[in-house]
Design a protein around this ligand. Structure first.
Ligand SMILES: [Ca+2]
Length: 175
């Protein structure tokens, strides 16, 4: 093995460096455990394992995440991070701010749902959500809302669906 690993042509040097540090066994792929090390909240706490798992599955091929997929993953997270910072104040996101962020993207999420998401993903002490909790909330609301919208063809906010369709909708959109 000898010398430092060369980045692929066109690689973002900062991302390449992060990839090499994260790829602790230097086999050219990240496992979910290796990726977990690279994903941090603003306060440097690691991401919740469920969030790492959901994101890893979105970008990895099987159990391996190569550098191009890692680049896409980090860019995807950057976009969410910008949204998170736009809508959050005081070093974290309150339920109100989460609601505002989701509304801005056309997801008209009611108070009751926001409370449930906050209870699940925010700190029980402060009610403040870290970046990883925000992602988890979006990974629940966005795909389910998009799937609902597809069925709500006349845009009334009402859909008539049977049990099987409902279960299929949920099962197809698990984070
Ligand atoms: Ca590896």
């Amino acid at each position: 093995m000898g010398g430092p690993r060369q980045p692929p042509p066109g690689a973002d040097p900062q991302l390449w460096q992060l990839f090499c540090t994260t790829d602790t066994d230097a086999n050219g792929y990240l496992t979910e455990q290796e990726l977990a090390y690279a994903l941090r909240n603003t306060d440097h706490t690691p991401f919740d394992v469920a969030t790492v798992h959901a994101i890893f599955r979105m970008f990895a091929t099987g159990t391996c995440l190569d550098f191009p997929s890692f680049t896409s993953l980090m860019r995807y997270l950057d976009q969410w991070r910008q949204i998170y910072h736009t809508f959050s104040t005081q070093g974290g996101m309150t339920g109100r701010e989460l609601q505002r962020a989701l509304n801005a993207f056309g997801y008209n999420v009611q108070d009751g749902v926001i409370q449930k998401l906050t209870r699940r993903f925010a700190s029980p002490q402060t009610g403040i959500m870290n970046f990883d909790g925000f992602i988890q909330s979006c990974l629940i609301v966005k795909p389910l809302s998009d799937a609902f919208s597809k069925l709500d063809t006349n845009r009334t906010g009402w859909v008539n669906m049977n049990y099987e369709t409902f279960l299929d909708l949920v099962a197809s959109n698990l984070p």
